[in-house]
Design a protein around this ligand. Sequence first.
Ligand SMILES: Nc1ncnc2c1ncn2[C@@H]1O[C@H](COP(=O)(O)OP(=O)(O)O)[C@@H](O)[C@H]1O
Ligand SMILES: [Mg+2]
Length: 292
Amino acid sequence: MPAKEDMQFRTQSHVQAPNGAQANTETPTRPQADSASASRPASPPAPEPHRDVIALDDVTLRYPAGDGEVVALAGFDLRVAEGERVAIVGPSGCGKSTLLSLTAGLLAPQAGVVTVRGQVALMPQRDLLVPWRSALRNAALALEAQGVPAREATERARPLFERFGLSGFEGSRTWQLSGGMRQRVAFLRTMLTGRPVLALDEPFGALDAITRGEMHEWLEVALAGEPRTLLLVTHDIEEALTLADRVVLMTPRPGRAAGELAVDRPAGSTRAEWTTSAEFSMLKAAALETLR
Ligand SMILES: Nc1ncnc2c1ncn2[C@@H]1O[C@H](COP(=O)(O)OP(=O)(O)O)[C@@H](O)[C@H]1O
Ligand SMILES: [Mg+2]
C-alpha cells in the first residue's frame, strides 16, 4: 500500500521515470533558458482543496529533427484540478505523449510554463514490462526504483494482485499473460508508486474492443477505491467519454486545444447505460465535429 506521506502534494516533486531514470521537476518548470531560476526549492504549500495540480500555460515544445525542428506543441494551455479526470483526445502525432512527458518532468518547454503540484506516476504508451521478471517482480520495480529493498517491494506489491484481478499470476512471465493482464500489471505498477497524479498514455490502445471495454469497467472500479487525479491520453473518443469528467480535444500538430467537453455522466449509471444514452451520442458527435 502507498505510504500516507506519498499521497501529499509537494511543491518540489521527484519524478521517477518508468525505466528507472530520474528527473526532478519543480514548480513551475520554466523554459530551458531559465532553468537556473527554476531549481530553487520552494517551501511546501498548505493543502488547498480544488486547486490545479497541473497547469500548462502557453507551452511550446519543439524537437530537433534533421536540419530543422518539429513543433509538437504550440501555445498549449491546460489546467487539471485535484481529483479531476481529464482525457486528452487528438490525432496521432499531435503531441499527446509530449504533453505527458512535460507533465512528468521528463521534458522542459522552450516557451511557456508547466506547473505540477505533486508527484506524477507516468504509464507510458508501451508497457515496459521486462520479460525476465515475473509479473510480481515487474510490479515491484516501481518501488525498487524508489529505493525500497527488493523483498519489501515484492511484499508490498503482492496484495494488489488480488485487487487487480491478477491472483494466481504473480509468478507468470510477461509472455504468459494476455494483453489485458499485461496492461493491468503495468497499471498496478503505476498505482503502487502511491503518486497522486496518474498520467496514462493510451493505456488500452493495443487491446481489442471487448478487452478494452472490460478494462474500462475495471479501471472505474480500481479508481473508485483509490481516487487520484487522472490525465488520460487516448485517440478513442468513446474511451474518453467513458472515463473522464472533461475531454480536451486537440488539433493536429502542432497541438493546441481545439475545444473541450464537460462529461456529465449520471452517477451510478452502468457503462452500457451511459454509452447507449442520447447524451453520450451528442457528446461523441460534438467531439467528432471539433476534431474534423
Ligand atoms: N524525440 C523526438 N524527436 C523528434 N520528434 C519527435 C520526438 N518525439 C516526438 N516527436 C514528434 O513530435 C510530434 C508529436 O509526437 P507525440 O507527442 O509522440 O504525438 P502523439 O502522442 O500525439 O502521437 C510527432 O510529429 C512526433 O513525430
Ligand atoms: Mg503518443
